[in-house]
Write a protein that binds this ligand. Sequence first.
Ligand SMILES: Nc1nc2c(ncn2[C@@H]2O[C@H](COP(=O)(O)OP(=O)(O)OP(=O)(O)O)[C@@H](O)[C@H]2O)c(=O)[nH]1
Length: 339
Amino acid sequence: ADIHAAAHTLAHNGGQGHGGSHGAGVGSALLGYIGIDTIIEQMRKKTMKTGFDFNIMVVGNSGLGKSTLVNTLFKSQVSRRSAGWTRDEKIPKTVEVKAVSHVLEEGGVKMKLTVIDTPGFGDQINNENCWEPISKYINEQYEKFLKEEVNITRKKRIPDTRVHCCLYFISPTGHSLRQLDVEFMKRLSHSVNIIPVIAKADTMTMEERQEFKQRVRKELEMGGIEFYPQKEFDEDMEDKSDNDKIREAMPFAVVGSDKEYQVNAKRVLGRKTAWGIVEVENPNHCEFAQLRDFLIRSHLQDLKEVTHNIHYETYRAKRLHENGGLHPVSCNDTQESNL
Ligand SMILES: Nc1nc2c(ncn2[C@@H]2O[C@H](COP(=O)(O)OP(=O)(O)OP(=O)(O)O)[C@@H](O)[C@H]2O)c(=O)[nH]1
C-alpha cells in the first residue's frame, strides 16, 4: 500500500519527486502538476522537425589546414576543397568568399551547416584591405536578414545566412602575430564572433606551444581585440567562471586530420609521422577536443544568440538610424539612395 501511495504522490507532483518543494510555486499548491516542464520537450520536438542552421567561416593563410580542420570538426567532407575545388587552382587575386552547405544529422537532429571559406586571404604581396571582401560578405548577410524582417509579408522562417562564428587561423611561427592578424581581428571583432586558433600545432614542441600561446594572448590583449566569448556578454557568475576558463585556455592549439589510424585497438583520427601518431582527439597531444567541445557541444547556441542579439542588432540599429527610423530598406533602393 505504501508503494501505491508513493506512486500517487509522484504522479501528482508531475513525477518530479520533490515532495518537499511542493507548494513553493504560485498556484501549484492546490492543483498539483500543470505541465510547464513539458515545454522543453515541445521545443525539442519542434527543433527536431525544423532543424537548424549553423554558419561557420574560416580565415587564414593558404595551407594552414582550414579545410582539414572543418572536416575534422564535423567528421565529414564539408570543406570547399571536398566540394570540387582543387589544390592546383591558382591563388585568387583578391579574397574570394565561397560558401558550401551540407545537411548533417545526428541522433535525429538535422543541422544545415554552411562552411564559408575565404581563399586568398593574406596570400598577396600587398595584403592591404584584404579583410574588405570578408567584411562585405558578413554585412551583406545582415542586410539580407534585415530586408526579410522589414517585409510586410514575412517568411515564416527567415533563412539565416549570417556568419555565426569566424575561426581565425594563426600561423604556428613561434614569433609574434603578424600585423595582418591583428588588423583583421581588430576590424572584424565588432561584427562577428571571432575564435582565434593556432594552426598545425604539431609543428611546435610543447614548450614552444605554451610560450607562443602566452605571447599571442598578450598581443591580443594589447591590441584590444575582443574575441568570442566576449567578457561583456557573460550573463551571470556561472557563465563568467565557465568562460574565464575557456578564455584562459585560448587560443586553442589544434591539429587536424581526416585520416584514421589504429591505436591500441581503436580507430582514431591522427597524423602519422616518423616518430609516431599524433592523435587529433587526444588532449595530451593537442587542444582539438577542447575546441570542438567549446564550439559545438557547449557554445553553438550561444554563438547564434550573440550573432543575433549583439552583432546583428548593432548592424540593424545603425541601418535604421541612418534612415531616421523609417522604412529601413525599400525593395529596390540601394543603401545610398536611402540616406
Ligand atoms: N602538420 C600538419 N599538417 C596539416 C594539418 N592540417 C592540415 N595539414 C596539411 O596541410 C596541408 C594544407 O591543408 P588544407 O586543409 O588544405 O589547408 P587550407 O588552409 O584549407 O588551404 P587553402 O585551401 O589553400 O587555403 C595539407 O597537406 C594537410 O594535410 C595539421 O594540423 N598539422
